[in-house]
Design a protein around this ligand. Structure first.
Ligand code: AMP
Length: 176
């Protein structure tokens, strides 16, 4: 058994060219999810800066963000808040529209998912242009809560997505 902190997580990301449309190099996380070592090391990386902080909430973005977000929430002993695509959440919601690297979309959050003063970590799998993460952060702030940080598995640094996140700290496991 090797020390999980010594594995190169990049070895577990598969580049899939032209998915879901021409010109996109899709970062496939399924090899990482399939390795208990790599998955564990990733969850550890996403959680580590916040270990020991009390009263945090973890908000994650549908759908690949949920996989990591739920694990991080459990790791930190924090509540989990789903941020979902339109029409999926059953209760009253707030909505934020955003532009994707490939297309446009919107995100929703339950209006009672968090309260003023709550401190929130926002989780997703990939930070590309930053539109998704920024829309998620906007929803958190609309409920009066504070985005303490974004914690993201993969940052596509060359797309400068973090420039759209208003200086909020971004903790990243794998940079490209
Ligand atoms: P963006 O809003 O441009 O930062 O895009 C981030 C969202 O789109 C994340 O939720 C990702 O799941 C997805 N995404 C964008 N680009 C990629 C990519 N190259 N590979 C995998 N997922 C991506």
């Amino acid at each position: 058994m090797t020390n999980p902190t010594h594995i190169d997580l990049r070895d577990y990301i598969r580049d899939v060219p032209d998915f879901p449309k021409p010109g996109i190099m899709f970062k496939d996380i399924t090899p990482l999810l399939g390795s208990p070592h790599a998955f564990n090391a990733t969850v550890d990386h996403l959680s580590r800066p916040f270990a020991g902080e009390r009263g945090l909430k973890v908000a994650a973005i549908e759908s690949r963000g949920f996989i990591f977000g739920a694990a991080v929430a459990q790791h930190l002993g924090a509540g989990f808040v789903p941020i979902r695509k339109p029409g999926k959440l059953p209760w009253k919601t707030h909505r934020s529209e955003y532009a994707l690297e490939y297309g446009t979309d919107a995100l929703e959050i339950h209006e009672d998912a968090m309260a003023p003063g709550d401190r929130v970590i926002v989780i997703d799998d990939v930070l590309a242009t930053g539109g998704t993460a920024s829309a998620a952060g906007e929803l958190v702030r609309r409920l009066g809560a504070e985005v303490v940080a974004y914690s993201i598995v993969i940052e596509l640094t060359f797309l400068n997505g973090r420039d759209r996140l208003g200086g909020t700290p971004v903790n990243v496991a794998i940079h490209y």
